[in-house]
Design a protein around this ligand. Structure first.
Ligand SMILES: [Zn+2]
Length: 415
């Protein structure tokens, strides 16, 4: 029987069949031993491990496929006595590269349950695999040639666990991330970037929180950059303000007329959704709300007006004029959440308008932000920030994931 396994550098020695598993014993073809952690290699073996090493490989039909090999140990001048590395698996992994590449590809495209059932591994293991693939594949040059970047936070787990992410506005890719969302987290990015590359930054955009702005303003962090505020964060604050007004109105209405309050069930989503995306039923609720008028309807008008300011079809001077006009209107609205928001917008007016002037694509930044949020929700079951960050990098970073058969370095050999 001819067996093709497509595992680089190996020769198949034995194949054994069990009810649910095939075990393929291979031997490494190369004579030299390689350190798993560096490029050191040598013909001298320290010893041979008494137990076989094994790796789960891509399933064969319904059967699990396990690759076994007897490995030697090498005495590396840097790393000491280590088990030799193999060309078909990553360091410290119980899976082949092909298996891990497949799992990483699936994790960016499929929900958690589907991945787990299809590949039959625990979700935490998927997290560990993602982390290994990212370490292996992340372009080390991704921090070169950064000119316009965005800094944003995202929650990766319930209970206020956050990641700070840095996006290259030029490519629309997430290029850096770390656990946490305070000034010190952001400082880590600038430390890694270094003074030379930081001096090339022409624009840094963030939300309106003090933590990132404080870090960006530190000496040497972004000395030549214009600080911008991403307008979609401003619109998000308007949505929050609208939601506060809606709650106040409904609480009052419920107290005096519970039946009428019931008519507006589902109003929350109707008010927060973009009008062009409403279903027929939702559009009918919106018409009812308009007839009802009052504070909720005025708040809705203010939110939509602010969104229109940043729709991307205005010149910078038109945007400036409309934003200022919006502030005057919102300040006089007697809707307390909007009066408060006006203060925030006025504080950050220069930054908001700088984002428009420099042409930072708000729609694209928002779309990436939404994609990151979707991916991190999938990462909620991961137990480490590193694994959650890895999934974000796989899905939104400068990594091209290829399925095993799409990889050019694979040359099948048979025995
Ligand atoms: Zn070494």
């Amino acid at each position: 029987m001819r067996v093709t396994l497509a595992l680089p550098g190996t020769t198949v020695r034995d194949v054994s069949f069990e009810p649910a598993q095939i075990t393929v014993t291979v031997a490494l073809r190369r004579r030299r031993l390689a350190c798993a952690d560096c490029s050191h290699s040598s013909r001298a073996r320290y010893d041979t491990r008494t137990v076989d090493s094994s790796w789960r490989h891509l399933d064969l039909g319904r059967l699990r496929l396990v690759v076994r090999a007897k490995l030697r140990r090498i005495d590396c001048p840097t790393h000491g006595v280590r088990t030799e590395g193999v060309p078909f698996a990553r360091v410290e992994s119980g899976f082949t590269r092909d298996f891990e590449d497949l799992v990483a590809w699936l994790a960016t495209r499929m929900d958690k349950t589907a991945v787990r059932r299809l590949v039959r591994v625990a979700w935490q293991t998927v997290g560990a695999i993602c982390a290994r693939v990212v370490t292996d594949q992340l372009d080390p040059g991704r921090l070169e040639e950064l000119f316009e970047v965005g800094i944003d936070e995202v929650s990766w787990r319930k209970g206020h666990r956050y990641l700070t992410l840095v996006t290259d506005h030029g490519t629309g890719k997430v290029v850096w991330g770390a656990q946490g969302k305070d000034t010190a987290t952001c400082d880590q990015f600038f430390a890694e970037l270094g003074a030379d590359r930081a001096a090339k930054l022409a624009a840094v955009s963030t939300d309106m929180g003090a933590a990132y702005l404080k870090s960006v303003a530190k000496p040497g962090h972004a000395p030549n950059a214009t600080v911008c505020i991403d307008p979609f964060h401003v619109v998000a604050l308007a949505s929050d303000a609208l939601d506060q007004v809606r709650r106040q109105v409904w609480n009052q209405l419920r107290a005096v007329d519970p039946d009428k309050a019931k008519q507006f069930k589902g109003a929350r989503w109707v008010l927060l959704k973009r009008p062009e995306r409403l279903t027929d039923t939702q559009a009918a609720t919106l018409r009812k709300l308009r007839r009802h008028g009052g504070a909720a309807w005025r708040a809705y008008g203010l939110k939509e007006a602010l969104r229109a300011v940043f729709a991307g079809d205005l010149t910078p001077s038109e945007t400036t004029e409309l934003l200022d006009r919006w502030c005057v209107k919102a300040a006089r609205s007697r809707l307390e959440p909007f009066v408060k928001l006006t203060g925030t917008v006025r504080t950050h007016r220069e930054g908001i308008l700088a984002a428009i002037r420099l042409g930072i694509n708000n729609a694209r930044v928002e779309a990436l932000n939404n994609k990151v949020r979707l991916i991190t929700r999938r990462a909620y079951g991961f137990h480490s920030a590193q694994a959650a960050l890895a999934l974000v990098m796989l899905a939104c970073g400068p990594i091209t994931l290829r399925l095993p058969y799409e990889q050019t370095h694979v040359r099948p050999h048979s025995v």
